[in-house]
Design a binder for this molecule. Sequence first.
Ligand SMILES: Cc1cc2nc3c(=O)[nH]c(=O)nc-3n(C[C@H](O)[C@H](O)[C@H](O)COP(=O)(O)OP(=O)(O)OC[C@H]3O[C@@H](n4cnc5c(N)ncnc54)[C@H](O)[C@@H]3O)c2cc1C
Length: 275
Amino acid sequence: MTLPISFEFFPTKTEEGAAKLRLVRQELYALKPEFCSVTFGAGGSTQSGTFAAVGEILAEGVDAASHFSCVGATKSLVREQLATLRAMGVKRLVALRGDLPSGYGAAGEFHYASDLVEFIRAETGDAFHIEVAAYPEIHPQAKSAEADLQAFATKVKAGANSAITQYFFNSDAYFRFVDDAFALGVDVPVVPGIMPISNSTQLMRFSDACGAEIPRWIRLRLQGFGDDTASIKSFGLDVITDLCDQLSMAGVPGIHFYSMNQSAATLEICRRLHF
Ligand SMILES: Cc1cc2nc3c(=O)[nH]c(=O)nc-3n(C[C@H](O)[C@H](O)[C@H](O)COP(=O)(O)OP(=O)(O)OC[C@H]3O[C@@H](n4cnc5c(N)ncnc54)[C@H](O)[C@@H]3O)c2cc1C
């Protein structure tokens, strides 16, 4: 199947971690990703690690997207960072507000991702393909579902080319979101973000923090496996393969895998789906 796929990585903290990640990337490149992206710690905390990993991916001959969060940033800092990315040859950004860790400091000159998208377009024209985040199950801080959808439409209209969703396990939430966004005039591709399941404690922690709902039957099955990691992984592969199958049969514009810097689960899911 020729569905465009992409992989997300996070920057590593040590040289040993970076070396392992290089191997993971080489394994995943066999799937010919459209691009690979690297997350960016809010407040710029991982800036050098993010830019270094993005530079390595480009040097490996694969298109790379730098995530870019604006919370706590000034316009002059963002201008400088954009210039650095352009000089590196980066052509794709995932533009985000981000979340400042509590007690981290002032709000900066950007309030929302839409402010960042508008600023990037005003400063750099069409130099970047801009992706934004989408939340089929609603961003946890949204005032209401309607306000969140409207905020999504606003950031797309500010100049985004496409969107990647927060991960979800309920495909109806995604399909409803895409339909409702289209009704508001959003016609850019909304690519589902997919989180392979390999570690249930980590998944529950992340999901609670980012507002992704784990359906009751999945949560209970995972809890029932206890420490039996082989059963968790096997169940996770079945669940996520079925989800990707449903999405691809419905004609989604691509699939973005949250790799968690691991290759095994993503490779197996893609093998089963003949990607
Ligand atoms: C694909 C993807 C990649 C991510 N990558 C990273 C990363 O690399 N680093 C990182 O730190 N985090 C990342 N995140 C998490 C993200 O930073 C958080 O979810 C953050 O809380 C929101 O960022 P945003 O860009 O979606 O914000 P926004 O789109 O600005 O929305 C944030 C909140 O504000 C509300 N809002 C927006 N505009 C308005 C308005 N005009 N008036 C009132 N309310 C408004 C929205 O409803 C929402 O509740 C990622 C998330 C996704 C889905």
